[in-house]
Design a protein around this ligand. Structure first.
Ligand SMILES: *Cc1c(COP(=O)(O)O)cnc(C)c1O
Length: 406
């Protein structure tokens, strides 16, 4: 028989009694019934202690046991995708003071489908006309501050809109015209812009335009989950796989119900421009479980734990001659206790890249932020560490720095 024929005949064999004599299909077996595998070592994939942060490249964050439990539970049953999305959406909206919400394929996807909803409303003909809004006489421009244009605004252009950047209130007012669809705000760059949140909303309201804010990596503080809904942004987009510790491929779009309903028309399972941004039932409930778990955490206690971890690492590295530290909290994104570790290059002879590489190649492997532009400096965060890893990071950093310290 040819290989293809063999595969075909195997597939046609009756399944009854086929799985280790249990009579169960693979899907119905319990997780505990199957042998444990260490799949990462089978694959030869390096794992590491994450003292860098919620970087997409470093696989974001680790899902909590609550998230895994929810994913596991829902994986055993069929449901209607729209129904689970709607029910979860209601729960998320209630937690975040929004009228409505939907789980998206990450924050980027939330930006795309939110933008699509603004352009189309509930008009299915317009949904089919994306990504060509201008050619079809639809509104086709989005205004944002120049300092907010750092790459994430590109998501909006998936719908076919043109980005118009401005710097002052005057420029904003004069950029608004009959083609303007929305005013977009990037929370992370708010400190660099001339126009702050309230004024942005105020101008939009005056011109009867919707607003959207990207808060992808901007919890903690937990209050940010509802602050921008309360403030009056029509749409709020956040990542699920950063500090919320949900599925890395999930995110949330929340806000005004009419816009959320419209956004869903462009997304999977319908065949709009975002059909490829599919979220499965596991991601949908995983996202909800993560959010619910995040909101209920003891945030003050967690903050104290992070400060303690930073202190452990600071004490160790400062014991090396020529090394100094600076503890700080970034103002908007990744707002958690963080630390810069700096060294006098005449006393500590190593580049940031080499230190990063030595930590990466060490055992256990550790990732720190070794790719920023300042020389003789690496940066760490501690909110992605597991219990006890602060001491390991402290020891590894101290070892590597002491080795090259005069
Ligand atoms: C991470 C990030 C995104 C993209 O989020 P995903 O959840 O990875 O799709 C968008 N905007 C900002 C500001 C981000 O930091």
């Amino acid at each position: 028989m040819k290989r293809r024929q063999i595969i075909k005949s195997i597939t046609l064999l009756p399944l009854a009694g086929g799985v280790a004599g249990t009579g169960l299909t693979a899907a119905a077996k319990a997780v505990d019934d199957i042998p444990k595998r260490d799949i990462l070592s089978e694959l030869g994939v390096r794992t590491f202690i994450n003292a860098a942060g919620t970087y997409t490249m470093l696989t974001g964050s680790l899902m909590t046991p609550e998230v895994m439990e929810a994913i596991n539970a829902v994986s055993k049953k069929y449901v209607q995708l729209d129904e689970i999305q709607d029910k979860v959406g209601e729960k998320i909206a209630a937690l975040c003071h929004a009228e409505a919400a939907t789980v998206t394929a990450g924050c980027w996807s939330a930006l795309v489908i939110g933008m699509a909803g603004v352009l189309t409303g509930m008009d299915s003909k317009k949904v089919a006309l994306l990504p060509f809004p201008e050619a079809n006489g639809m509104k086709s421009e989005v205004i944002l501050q120049k300092s907010h244009s750092i790459g994430y605004d590109k998501a909006l252009t998936n719908t076919g809109v043109k980005l118009i950047t401005i710097e002052t209130r005057e420029e904003l007012e004069s950029a608004i015209n009959e083609k303007t669809a929305m005013l977009w705000f990037l929370n992370r760059e708010a400190p660099k812009g001339n126009i702050q949140h309230e004024e942005w909303i105020q101008v939009a309201k005056k011109h009867n335009l919707p607003t959207m804010i990207d808060i992808a990596a901007d919890v903690p503080p937990v209050e940010n989950l509802w602050k921008f809904n309360d403030m009056g942004f029509d749409l709020v987009a956040i990542s699920g796989g950063k500090a919320l510790c949900g599925p890395q491929s999930a995110g949330i779009l929340m806000g005004k119900k009419a816009l959320i309903d419209a956004a869903k028309l462009s997304a999977s399972p319908r065949s709009g421009i975002a059909r490829g941004h599919k979220v499965n039932k596991e991601e949908i409930v995983g996202m909800y479980a993560a959010l619910d778990n995040y909101v209920k955490r003891d945030h003050a206690k967690e903050w104290k734990m992070w400060e303690d971890r930073v202190a452990v690492i600071e004490k160790a590295v400062k014991s090396v001659p020529g090394v100094s530290t600076e503890v700080f909290v970034p103002p908007t994104d990744n707002h958690t206790p963080s630390m810069r570790i700096m060294w006098d290059p005449s006393k500590v002879k190593i580049t940031k890249e080499q230190l990063g590489e030595n930590l990466r190649q060490g055992s256990p492997s550790v990732e720190v932020i070794s790719w920023e532009k300042d020389e003789n400096m690496v940066r760490i965060t501690v909110f992605m560490l597991q219990n006890g890893e602060d001491k390991i990071v402290a020891n590894r950093l101290k070892e590597e720095l002491a080795k090259v310290s005069a």
